[in-house]
Design a binder for this molecule. Structure first.
Ligand code: NI
Length: 171
């Protein structure tokens, strides 16, 4: 297992659309292990392969208090979404320190393969629903700040670029 560097917004590679996984093999299981390790190390509740510059449809999630209920979704597809909406505060390991409200459907059903390559369907609402929407957006190259107003988004972009310049100077 290995910790992977996480791309930081506005890195253009975050806007790459991921390709479907062809086979859940040892390579994909190694990627899943690395994604989980990277997510736990960063104290995140979700991570998409896109965020570590791997453009295949793999996401990992763990919303449990104890951080011991990993959920692995390979080639996830939303099969149903409620008409009812919810607005939850979202954050992202690729946009550190920024939290803002995004409107999402309040309940979904998702079909995906697990790390064994088995197809499964699950229902999600609340935080899990938000998290799945958020991570699936990453797979199509979308970062949550793109739902915010252009004014807010530009402020966030400047803030991230400034932080990057400061880090580079410190190195
Ligand atoms: Ni994110």
């Amino acid at each position: 297992m290995a910790l992977l560097p996480i791309l930081v917004y506005p890195d253009p590679r975050l806007h790459t659309a991921a390709k479907p996984v062809q086979a859940v093999d040892a390579r994909i299981r190694a990627l899943v292990a690395d994604l989980l390790e990277t997510m736990y190390e960063a104290n995140g509740i979700g991570l998409a392969a896109t965020q570590v510059d791997v453009h295949e449809r793999v996401i990992v999630i763990d919303i449990s208090e104890e951080r011991n209920e990993p959920l692995v979704l390979v080639n996830p597809e939303i099969t149903w979404a409620s008409d009812e909406k919810q607005i939850g505060d979202e954050g992202c390991l690729s946009v550190p320190g920024i939290y803002d409200g995004v409107e999402r459907s309040s309940a979904i059903r998702v079909r995906a393969l697990d790390q064994q390559g088995q197809s499964r369907e699950l229902a999600a609402e609340g935080l899990l629903d938000v998290c799945i929407h958020h991570e699936m957006d990453h797979l199509r190259g979308k970062v949550f700040v793109e739902y915010l107003s252009p004014l807010k988004r530009n402020r966030i972009k400047s803030k991230m670029l400034k932080a990057r310049r400061e880090t580079e100077r410190a190195d």
